[in-house]
Design a protein around this ligand. Structure first.
Ligand SMILES: Cc1cc2nc3c(=O)[nH]c(=O)nc-3n(C[C@H](O)[C@H](O)[C@H](O)COP(=O)(O)OP(=O)(O)OC[C@H]3O[C@@H](n4cnc5c(N)ncnc54)[C@H](O)[C@@H]3O)c2cc1C
Length: 466
């Protein structure tokens, strides 16, 4: 008997014959405790997450997704949706219920003439970049190539091209999804516009998205890379970074980073991506590159897929992770000093602290035009704590929480949905900002029973008090 059987939400094991009928009609694999692949299939990027689903339904296409949703619904199962498995809080998995695992759905089709690309939900950022780069084009995505396009897009999607071309969700032309009733719907400006609005920032609340259609932009080579300074220069570097960015054009994205070299030396860095004319980029970046005495200037013309994987090594698969992030009202001197005071006492040398600046095109979209409400915030602080030994977890988590609390007085009270780990309902609600009431309306219309609840949840009206 399996130690972790498939159970419904009351804890009752699903009838074996019914499960067998479902499994035999399913084209993909249904992986269960006791199967050789089970442990690998329940592993996700964050090694701190250890959940035991009753079944992992590895979908091969739309029909499998429909079958999985209907079976889960008919049998009262708790359901989690797995795209790229990078949600820091582990929301790609659940205990006891069914994971609708989309990681094998990797179809990508570029229509270069129309400047559009369609991608299935198991596609990772780097995989999409690889295909679109053939045509010298790109979708604005995030900054780590192994992140899933699905969760990233549904949560907004901030990255190197956000200032020039908007968030990932701003570039979605249409979605295909399976809603809680098991029906297939399309959401675009003309079809189910309420869903189209909600899916652009409302997370995995409204259905299982089986296809994303994005608009493409002409981006091939960018001027990008890291400028690395000794940690002792961090206070001056971050102050300069702040003033330099005040007049930065939309083509430039620059993130401040406090991190460690692979051999454990603390450094301060600025990661830049200039996505316009390369000669103009050299001119724009010159003051930043000539500031102070960098240990290394690694900025050079690079293909966009290389830019998108530049930070991959800093966030490998399987480490223990605990993240906190918050938007800052402003990057004041005092805020910089507090960031440094805490970062310089980090308990783990695998930890990175990022200061990300947005604005530009992403900031010019109206707050209520899409579900993504956090359009006016300029700086997001990300405390990305990583370590390897689970026994050390309490120490690293306590350090992260202490740091986040100390930053509370500089925080705007707004949050970026995609960077939230295991947070309280209030914080998740704050991430939806002024759009929360309208998101509740759309949720109530398409998922009145809160079937999709293993996510950054928006509760439907009838269940709001539950
Ligand atoms: C190393 C790292 C780097 C990151 N960098 C960035 C970045 O640069 N920019 C940025 O914006 N974010 C970034 N993120 C955050 C990331 O976008 C979110 O964690 C996102 O949820 C990951 O998507 P996923 O498909 O990989 O995740 P999963 O864990 O598979 O899914 C997360 C949630 O998304 C929903 N979901 C996933 N697929 C579907 C689907 N097909 N249909 C409906 N709902 C679905 C579900 O609710 C699920 O619980 C990063 C995260 C990590 C760990």
């Amino acid at each position: 008997m399996a130690t972790h059987p498939l159970v419904d939400m009351s804890g009752v094991e699903v009838d074996a014959t019914r499960l067998q009928t479902f499994t035999s009609a399913f084209r993909g694999a249904v992986i269960r405790d006791g199967d050789a692949e089970y442990d690998a299939a329940r592993r996700i990027w964050n090694g701190s997450i250890d959940k035991y689903p009753g079944a992992i339904a590895r979908c091969t296409g739309l029909a499998d997704v429909v079958a999985a949703v209907r079976f889960a619904r008919e049998n009262g199962l708790l359901v989690a949706i797995r795209g790229g498995g990078h949600n820091v809080g582990g929301r790609a998995l659940c205990d006891g219920g069914m994971v609708i695992d989309l990681s094998g759905m990797k179809g990508i089709h570029v229509d270069a003439a129309a400047r559009r690309v369609r991608a299935q939900p198991g596609v990772l950022l780097g995989e999409l970049d690889r295909e679109t780069h053939v045509y010298g084009m790109a979708v604005p995505l995030g900054v780590v190539s192994k992140t899933g396009i699905a969760g990233l897009t549904l949560g907004g999607g901030v990255g190197w091209l956000a200032r020039k071309y908007g968030l990932t969700c701003d570039n979605v032309v249409s979605f295909e999804l399976v809603t809680a009733d098991g029906d297939v719907r399309r959401a675009s400006a003309d079809e189910h516009p309420d869903l189209y609005w909600a899916l652009r920032g409302g997370g995995g609340n409204f259905g299982v998205v089986t296809s994303f259609e994005y608009q493409l932009h002409p981006v091939s080579l960018v001027l990008g890379g890291l400028l690395i300074h000794p940690r002792e220069s961090a206070a001056d570097l971050l102050r300069f970074y702040r003033s330099f960015l005040q007049s930065a054009p939309d083509e430039l994205a620059a993130y401040g980073a406090l991190m460690y070299t692979p051999d454990g030396h603390p450094v301060a860095a600025v990661a830049v991506c200039y996505s316009g004319d390369l000669g103009e980029g050299e001119r724009v970046l010159a003051p930043l590159r000539t500031f102070g005495s960098p240990i290394a200037d690694l900025v050079q013309p690079i293909p966009m897929p290389v830019m998108q994987s530049l930070l991959d090594g800093a966030v490998p698969d399987g480490n223990q992770n605990y993240w906190k992030s918050a938007f800052l009202r402003e990057l004041s001197d005092e805020a910089i000093d507090t960031i440094l005071e805490h970062t310089n006492q980090a308990t783990s040398p695998m930890t990175a602290v990022l200061i990300e600046q947005y604005g530009g095109a992403a900031g010019r979209v109206g707050t209520t035009d899409t579900a993504f409400a956090q359009r006016h915030a300029q700086y997001d602080l990300g405390i990305l704590t990583q370590w390897m030994d689970p026994a050390e977890s309490p120490r690293h988590i306590a350090w992260t929480r202490g740091f986040a609390e100390a930053m509370g007085r500089f925080a705007s009270g707004d949050y970026l949905l995609n960077f939230l780990g295991d947070e309280s309902d209030d914080i998740i609600r704050s991430a939806f900002g002024v759009n929360h009431p309208r998101l509740v309306e759309v949720k109530t219309k398409y998922d009145p029973d809160n079937f999709f609840k293993v996510n950054q949840n928006i509760r439907p009206a009838a269940a709001a008090g539950v």
